[in-house]
Design a protein around this ligand. Structure first.
Ligand code: ATP
Ligand code: MG
Length: 384
């Protein structure tokens, strides 16, 4: 009943009022100060507490366990009684002095895989690739077809290659091709850089490789693009230092993963390297990256196509003889042809124009050529 409620409220109000007026203002202040002191004491305790170390459980024996501390040493330690049930491989927090296991931390993965890979859905189309028609056909056959029509392979009774290796000079379009095939199959593009897989501690690189493959299976259909494969898969001339052994171990794990997944698993591997000559033949053995696709420096016709692609949106004052320009770019890679277009644009900007003319292009070609030559000299200088 509203009247009754109102009455009750007024009684409560009067009690509250009388309570607050009757309490001494000093008492109130005292209470607040005490609270503050307590809070600060707690804070000091927090500062004094020693940090717990993150370790990995190796083996469990009743209420003791073998743990591996981050520097690699292993110890047999006690498990605190109120710690939940543990399994080997899990990460736990241990006390620093006696290494008693205090509690489990709810992350089982060692790496945040997404920190080591670049994941994207590329939008590159085949039309944006100039002059590599034969290579495009081949990559379509090996990567696109099995992803799009797996039943075809089942019917014929063959297993498609698990992956391909693209090799060739820098800037010739290897990354571009891999992205285009990911876009055309609507796959997740997972880019890994070979040198980043090499970790500091023993066994970590191998674990990372394993987790990247697990991750890619979850994201299937997916294309795993391993750039700079030579950092990992270089021929093992001499396995001396422990660092080399770690690279080797990571590489072995990569091979094991390549062997492990099924050819129709909806995950395809594309490796890329500038140095096929130093690659370990184990990685290109049939059943692994068994198709090798050479991506050459563009021919004259290819240069023309690439130039057309990159100058498509540029404004010219009058028709430019693109064929002449293409013939002047002997030996240029796709990336260099793109650089020529950008540089030509800059010459126009410097000349206070909003269109590009033939002279801009000729100057740009010279500039890119000079840069290339200078680089070449540095390179020679570096190796005597
Ligand atoms: N055939 C091509 N058609 C159109 N553009 C190209 C072509 N080749 C290279 N390019 C241009 O050059 C850029 C660099 O190419 P890309 O990254 O694919 O080279 P890469 O072969 O992966 O080089 P690296 O070995 O140095 O990694 C591309 O973004 C693209 O703009
Ligand atoms: Mg690349």
């Amino acid at each position: 009943m509203p009247t009754k409620d109102a009455k009750a409220k007024s009684i409560i109000d009067s009690i509250m009022y009388s309570y607050s007026t009757s309490s001494n203002p000093y008492e109130e202040e005292n209470r607040i100060l005490k609270e503050t002191v307590n809070r600060l004491k707690e804070e000091i305790e927090r500062f004094k507490a020693s940090p717990l170390m993150v370790c990995e459980i190796r083996e469990i024996f009743g209420n003791t366990s073998i743990i591996k501390i981050p520097n690699g040493n292993q110890f047999l330690v006690n498990i605190s009684t109120d710690c939940e049930k543990l399994k080997p491989g899990e990460l736990v927090l241990v006390e620093q002095k006696n290494l008693t296991v205090i509690k489990k931390i709810p992350i089982t993965r060692r790496f945040n895989v997404e920190k080591f890979v670049i994941v994207e859905k590329p939008t590159i189309t085949w039309e944006e690739i100039g002059g590599l028609s034969q290579q495009v056909e081949e990559i379509k056959e090996v990567v696109e077809l099995p992803l799009k029509k797996p039943e075809l392979f089942k019917k014929i009774g063959i297993t498609p290659p698990k992956g391909v290796l693209l090799y060739g000079e820098p800037g010739t379009g290897k990354t571009l091709l891999a992205k285009a095939v990911a876009a055309s199959t609507n796959s997740t593009f997972i880019e890994v850089v070979g040198s980043e897989l090499v970790q500091k501690f023993i066994g970590e690189g191998a674990k990372l490789v394993k987790e990247i493959f697990e991750f890619s299976r979850k994201k299937a259909p997916a294309i795993v693009f391993i750039d700079e494969l030579d950092a990992l898969a270089a021929k093992r001339i001499e396995v001396g230092t422990s660092g080399e052994r770690e690279v080797n171990r990571t590489f072995m794990q990569l091979l094991a993963e390549l062997d492990g997944f099924k050819p129709l698993d909806n995950v395809k591997i594309i490796g890329a390297t500038n140095r096929k000559d130093i690659l370990d033949p184990a990685v290109i053995r049939p059943g692994r990256l068994d198709r090798l696709i050479h991506i050459p420096i563009p021919s004259r016709e290819a240069r023309l196509e690439i130039l057309k692609i990159h100058s498509k949106n540029m404004s010219f004052d009058r028709v430019i003889n693109i064929e002449l320009l293409a013939s002047r770019m002997e030996g240029f890679s796709g990336a260099e042809i793109k650089a020529v277009c950008t540089e030509a644009g800059y010459f126009a900007i410097r000349g206070n124009r909003t269109f590009v003319n033939k002279e801009d292009f000729l100057k740009a070609i010279d500039k890119v050529k000079q840069e290339e030559e200078a680089e070449g000299k540095d390179y020679v200088g570096m190796f005597g």
